[in-house]
Write a protein that binds this ligand. Structure first.
Ligand code: 6PG
Length: 237
């Protein structure tokens, strides 16, 4: 496990973008799962502004770790955010975007997307393998869209499940534990003071860490990278 701490959210986005640029350069094709949230938004802006011509975007195949069950043009759509801030600004072939269709019936979409992952991703340990999965951590310790009150979804035998936001009841389609922990690399992108306590508990295995889905992220490859800003990382030694 590697922990990178940058002084600000913008710096965190910059260090992650540099890391991604190196990973793309080393590979002929890179299958990457994105997440939603405010930290990835900053990363998309940084990539569009400073890495537009430094990354061969045609090598990157984009997927999602989770999606809100809303149409693609809804302000809540994770696809829309990536499209508005990144895809529309760089030279990315449309065929490289594999979105979770939030407008479809959630159960049907979870099954369709699991099938798509099986068809598109190379296999490893008899399961589809992402090269990189980018995850965030919610204030409550959720990751992707696996929330603490539905933590058992993590152990699902399906690659994708339908989850529900505990407060809004919004349905989500989310990757589950087996496929997340089968990735070659997993990155946690976490910024802001409100995440500091959870980050400490998860990294140091303290307090209530085992009730947080984010603490179940333990890639078999051993490659878990944290990109934090100084606020999110302020309690770790
Ligand atoms: C989503 C997510 C979610 C997110 C965390 C952290 O679609 O809501 O993918 O898991 O990554 O809530 O979000 P922030 O980056 O805003 O802290």
């Amino acid at each position: 496990m590697k922990v990178n701490i940058s002084e600000s959210k913008k710096q965190t986005a910059k260090s992650f973008s540099e890391y991604l640029a190196k990973l793309v350069a080393k590979n002929n094709i890179l299958h990457v799962a994105l997440s939603g949230g405010s930290t990835p938004k900053e990363v998309f802006k940084e990539l569009a502004e400073h890495f537009k011509n430094k990354i061969d975007w045609s090598k990157v195949q984009f997927y999602w770790g989770d999606e809100r069950c809303v149409p693609a043009d809804d302000a809540e759509s994770n696809y829309k955010m990536a499209n508005d801030y990144l895809f529309s600004k760089v030279e990315l072939p449309l065929g490289n975007i594999h979105r979770i269709k939030g407008e479809n019936k959630p159960e049907e979409e979870a099954a369709r997307y699991a099938g798509l992952l099986e068809a598109k991703l190379p296999g490893h340990n008899m399961q589809p393998q992402f090269d990189l999965i980018i995850l965030g951590i919610g204030d409550d310790g959720h990751t992707a869209s696996i929330f603490p009150n539905q933590i058992s979804l993590w152990n699902s035998q399906s690659y994708c499940e339908v989850a529900e936001h505990p407060e809004t009841g919004q349905k989500r389609v989310s990757l589950t534990g087996n496929i997340i922990n089968n990735a070659k690399e997993v990155v946690f992108l976490v910024t802001g003071e409100n995440k500091a306590q959870k980050v400490l508990e998860i990294i140091d295995k303290k307090g209530n860490y085992n009730s947080y889905p984010a603490s179940l992220v333990v890639p078999k490859s051993g490659r878990l990278n944290w990109f934090l800003d100084s606020e999110a990382g302020k309690l770790i030694e």
